[in-house]
Write a protein that binds this ligand. Structure first.
Ligand code: ZN
Length: 280
């Protein structure tokens, strides 16, 4: 098995939204903040190459939304999904499966691309796209809080092309990947746990977006059920300690992966490392 980090870009994220009720005085010590209260964040996707399949987890924001929207997202840097794939030796046609943690626009934005004539095309022409049944139901019928972050053009072409598969329950998804489902941030968010030759690695998505959010009480303002998020994180972190699960961060600009350590005060960051160091 090979794992590759696939950067789909970096953006400036409102610190108040990311850290919720936690005072700025506390989070700004850990995450450098600009004059508008924004901190650096990443769109760090993951490619899993098994003998049989090449699975991409999440696809970033994409480019089809137009300049005005993209300027609101405050993207920076040169990293982009397709060129990042090329850099590690893959073409879009190599991808067999796209696993989406959930369907907020910054996680599934490049499932569909606009071609030169402005027509919507599936970016990964040979892939099956996977999302949880619960998340799909919310996408079709969003609540008042999440309506603005689901875009029809990100997923409806996938559905219409008959390339969408729904995951209904937790457990083994592939021999190499287990699925866990959480509801605090959004209904049916997937956290995949990958069985690598060097141990277990969980893709955090928006469940634990950055290392500081390992503290169960550091919950983002946009989680739809913050109390559920706290409980889900506590349970997951205990399981992660007992099974020695390492974490891979989608949004932490500064830290790619970490191990966990436990003390009477709770679970916290053990060591931090890159994916390359983890796979060495
Ligand atoms: Zn989200």
């Amino acid at each position: 098995m090979k794992l590759h980090t696939i950067h789909a870009g970096h953006f400036m994220c409102d610190g108040g939204a990311l850290f919720g009720v936690i005072p700025k005085k506390m989070w700004s010590k850990l995450y450098e903040v600009d004059a508008d209260n924004y901190c650096k964040a990443s769109l760090r996707c993951l490619l899993i190459d098994t003998v049989k399949r090449r699975i991409l987890i999440d696809t970033g924001i994409g480019t089809k939304q137009g300049a005005k929207f993209l300027s609101h997202s405050r993207l920076f840097g040169d990293d982009e999904l397709i060129s990042s794939l090329h850099k590690v030796g893959y073409q879009t046609s190599d991808i067999t499966d796209v696993l989406l943690t959930h369907l907020h626009f910054d996680h599934c934005g490049e499932c569909v691309t606009k071609d030169e004539d402005g027509q919507l095309q599936l970016t990964f022409e040979n892939a099956t796209y996977w999302v949880s049944q619960k998340q799909w139901n919310t996408y079709l019928n969003p609540n008042v809080r999440e309506g603005a972050v689901y875009f029809p053009e990100n997923m409806m072409p996938v559905f219409e092309a008959n390339k969408l598969q729904l995951i209904k329950s937790e457990g083994a998804w592939l021999p190499e990947v287990d699925i866990k489902l959480f509801d605090g941030h959004t209904d049916g968010q997937i956290v995949p746990i990958i069985h690598t030759p060097n141990g277990l690695l969980a893709y955090m998505g928006d469940f634990i977006p950055v290392t500081a959010s390992i503290n169960p009480f550091w919950v983002a303002a946009y989680d739809i059920q913050p109390i559920v998020s706290i409980e889900e994180k506590k349970q997951f972190l205990n399981e992660a300690i007992s099974k020695n699960i390492n974490l891979y961060f989608e949004h932490d600009y500064y830290t790619e992966c970490c191990s966990l350590t436990s003390s009477p005060k709770g679970v916290s960051v053990g060591k931090t490392f890159s994916l390359e160091e983890f796979m060495r």
